[in-house]
Design a binder for this molecule. Sequence first.
Ligand SMILES: [Zn+2]
Length: 290
Amino acid sequence: MAEPLSVADVRAAVESLEQLRAVLSEPRVTLVYLDEACFPDDAFADGFRKIHAAGKQAGLRLRRVERSTDGGLSSGDLLRKIWEAPEPYRPDTLLIRSMDEVEIVREFIENLSQREMPKPEIVYDYTVYGYNLEAVKMLLDLGAERLTAPIELNAHELRALRRSREVLRVPGTGKAPSYELVVYGHLPMMVSANCIRKTSAGCDHANRILKLRDRMQKDMPVRCYCKYCYNQIFNAEPMVLYDLGSRLPLLPKDSIRSDFSVEGSAEVHRILAGYLPEKLTRAHFTHGVD
Ligand SMILES: [Zn+2]
């Protein structure tokens, strides 16, 4: 079992109501992200209210793929709809996962500032790639206030990026950007913008989890986000970094994040309590590092 990390900002992304209930009862969790692709559009207001009622901050993680053929509201329309409700029903943070959404959110934020309304914190996920100084500068110019540490970098490279970060400033604030470090989660190996079901029986737009067995007889979870008909194939083993303590390149204002996808409530509680899963991967984090 791992010692709790020194960082105070502990975030969790959830993809189901069961996971949401589990993280709401965890006092260490400070912010909960609801995944846009995993809850009905009319469920977000109540979800954010519940998170606030539990004394936590709320976040919206936007969809991984946005297409004009998507059912339901576009991300832009969903944000505008959410912001029609009073504050407890709105998220404090938006987590952006694709360049398509960067533009959508920029437009939305511009509109908020024209109406002199407070804007949410803007966090970019590791899927919006900020692996070197130039890329980070660009993301900051595009409106990122917090960046997710790239999962392709090892501990040394992350530290180097952290040092270079000190010379970078979020435009308009003069402050160095904070980082979010994913310390738990099945990492996506592939995202596919095709619906698996549409080709066979037709899609019922329900989200589900399938299994794909690889040559090594490992079961890789396939998460079908059929609210928008895209899929992610996840690594069979979750990436775990939360037990690495001071080896994690964290500054006091940074946050750590657990990305829950296929876990049930018991597993969510075990992970947040610091127990290690039976099988795990360090992904790139310990590559070339002792
Ligand atoms: Zn589908």
